[in-house]
Design a protein around this ligand. Structure first.
Ligand SMILES: [Zn+2]
Length: 308
């Protein structure tokens, strides 16, 4: 397997309030974890700046302009209680989108079998017209539409194993049968959406997990709901909204996964990609707030992506 990694120093310059869990140190922890000879064969590339027009694949122009207008010249601007903008946030967000789209380009051009994007800010809580939950624009949604518009993908699946429900991705694709959205997440938990009964036009598969559950429930949700949905949908591309905050060390939730579970889930999605999408798999960092849990989990995830 050829696995590419996209990241960029600009991601460290998207700043949040002191003590905020979604902080630049997350990417420093990932960088340290991947700075090991086990990852020597990883094809490292600098994330390109995104094309602003691609944001419109998932968000209306009025919303994009309102985010742009709120970017401060100094200090921090608050979008809501936990979502902030700093002077470099626009550039960071656009480079997160650029990396996600470039990852899609790479797997369709055969330059890589799969790609991991280590970026900030994350994206899965960003709805069509609302930035929230540390997210400005929905990177995974934009990348899915980019695959459809630029590479002729008919069906794109987004699998979201972040411990929080991706309300934004669900909102954007709620009535779009060309995109399958599958999510495992703790419930109840922020943002409150993600019940099994939320099914869109049959393209939304939510698998909520009760607090204090772990590996068994997560794997069972994958086996009984996520993987069968992928098999019947037969996607041309699989995008992972890869949050690692279901790790047992994470301070924001109460699901008890270990890095072995992320290794396993990665393998399952790679098998699915081999069956349906010529291995095309793009993984985008979402959450994960315990630096050790995040580092161990990303190492297991990327290691599996490289090994197949
Ligand atoms: Zn999360």
């Amino acid at each position: 397997m050829t696995t590419r990694l996209y990241t960029h120093p600009i991601y460290l310059e998207h700043l949040t309030t002191p003590g905020h869990p979604e902080r630049p140190d997350r990417l420093r922890a990932i960088e340290r974890a991947l700075d090991d000879e086990a990852f020597e064969m990883l094809d490292r590339a600098e994330a390109p700046m995104g094309d602003e027009r691609t944001i419109l694949y998932a968000h209306p122009e009025s919303f994009v302009e309102s985010v742009r207008r709120q970017v401060p010249e100094a200090g921090l601007a608050r979008i809501d209680g936990d979502t902030t903008l700093s002077p470099k946030s626009w550039q960071a967000a656009l480079t997160a989108i650029g990396a996600a789209n470039a990852a899609v380009d790479d797997v369709f051009a055969g330059k890589a079998d799969n790609v991991f994007v280590a970026s900030r800010p994350p994206g899965h809580h960003a709805e069509k017209t609302t930035a929230m939950g540390f997210c400005l624009f929905n990177n995974a949604a934009i990348a899915a539409r980019h695959a459809q518009r630029t590479h002729g993908a008919e069906r794109v699946a987004i699998v979201d194993w972040d411990v929080h429900h991706g309300n934004g991705t669900q909102d954007i694709f709620w009535d779009d049968p060309s995109v399958l959205y599958c999510s495992t997440h703790q419930m109840p938990l922020f943002p409150g959406t993600g019940a099994k009964s939320e099914t869109g036009v049959g393209n939304i598969v939510n698998a909520p997990l009760a607090p204090d559950t772990g590996s068994d429930h997560f794997r069972e949700a994958f086996r009984s709901r996520v993987l069968p949905a992928l098999d019947s949908f037969a996607p041309d591309l699989i995008i992972i909204s890869a949050g690692f905050d279901a790790h047992h060390r994470d301070p924001l939730a109460e699901i008890n996964l270990t890095e072995a579970d992320f290794d396993w889930a990665t393998g399952q999605l790679m098998d699915s990609a081999a069956r349906h999408s010529s291995n095309r798999l793009v993984s985008l960092l979402e959450g994960g707030y315990d630096l050790h849990g995040l580092a161990f989990s990303v190492a297991a995830h990327v290691s599996r992506l490289m090994k197949g």
